[in-house]
Design a protein around this ligand. Structure first.
Ligand code: NAG
Length: 299
């Protein structure tokens, strides 16, 4: 897959809880939550802050496994392709199974497991190539695809593997309070670029985009979203070191020197290369369980 140099807008969460936009220049962008309104994004940030203190493990527990309940999440995979080539987004059953395995490997020791229920395949260039960032018409196409193909409840994970245009590797909406938002269930899904499944060429070819996106599906933010602020800096979770965004694998980098720890370059929620991404923190794992229990499981 070729990525061009483009200007991207990344939504940045401020310490005040207000939302603002920056426009840094990146080669690619790992992900988007572009289908969410500013109001919905503020709600997901409020959910993070709701559990921020509980996800703050006592220092003597850091890096020690915490006993957690096991949550088995039903997984539905929808491969939407424009033609039966890799460029057209077609993903073999073997690659899909490897992706499911990579997802479970990424979440091992977190208490979450993902059980593939069913694979659907849809040949539709219109759906496969719809750019949700582009305009209202394209957004409607994406929404129709989700509404038509999505299975199960808000507690079940639906991944749409397709050749997303605009150099985005994945796009996933955070959970919100579905009771107040009638379209949230159909929109509470993830689009994953079909060229990020295991075995794809390049630095994003180990299937970890899906691990990252599912972190968002459980309301994890990026460790760079909140900047270097002390309270709610980074991702709003204390044991995830705050950082400024970086690509590649910049070992030893420390862009928030006044905060504890070096940059969280190995964290699944950062933008490093797949080979560099290896961990969730205890606080992130706790956050995901709290969010799951209150905002997804009952719906
Ligand atoms: C398949 O679809 C992709 C993406 O639209 C396109 O780039 C490619 O040329 C198509 N290949 C064939 C054989 O039609």
């Amino acid at each position: 897959m070729k990525f061009s140099i483009l200007n991207f807008t990344i939504l940045t969460l401020l310490t005040s809880g207000a939302l603002t936009q920056q426009t840094p220049k990146f080669k690619i962008t790992r992900c988007r939550h572009s289908d969410m309104s500013a109001e919905e994004l503020a709600e997901s940030l409020a959910i993070t802050q709701e559990f921020s203190d509980e996800a703050d493990p006592p220092p003597n527990r850091l890096n020690r496994p915490i006993a957690r309940e096991t949550v088995n999440i039903k997984l539905f995979i929808h491969n939407v392709y424009s033609n039966k080539t890799k460029a057209g987004g077609y993903v073999s059953t073997d690659a899909i199974n490897k992706q499911v395995k990579a997802l479970n490997t990424g979440f091992k020791n977190t208490g979450f497991t993902f059980a593939l229920q069913r694979i659907s395949r849809t040949h539709s260039a219109e759906w496969a190539l719809a750019d949700m960032d582009k305009n209202a018409v394209e957004k409607k196409i994406v929404y129709k695809m989700w509404k038509t193909l999505r299975k199960g409840t808000y507690a079940d994970l639906n991944l749409f593997l397709r050749p997303i245009p605009a150099d985005v590797l994945g796009a996933c909406n955070y959970p919100v309070n579905v009771k107040n938002r009638p379209t949230a269930v159909d929109r509470g899904v993830c689009d994953i670029h079909s060229a990020t499944v295991p075995g794809s060429p390049g630095p994003y070819g180990q299937g970890k985009t899906t691990v990252h996106e599912v972190g968002h599906w459980l309301n994890l933010q990026h460790p760079f979203d909140g900047g270097c602020a002390k309270k709610y800096g980074g991702d709003g979770i204390r044991d995830t070191p705050a950082m400024k965004v970086s690509y590649g694998c910049k070992i030893g980098r420390d862009t928030c020197p006044d905060n504890p720890g070096k940059d969280a370059i190995h964290n699944y929620m950062s933008y490093s290369d797949d080979a560099c991404l290896t961990e969730f923190t205890e606080g992130q794992i706790t956050m995901m369980h709290k969010v799951w229990k209150k905002y997804r499981q009952p719906y």
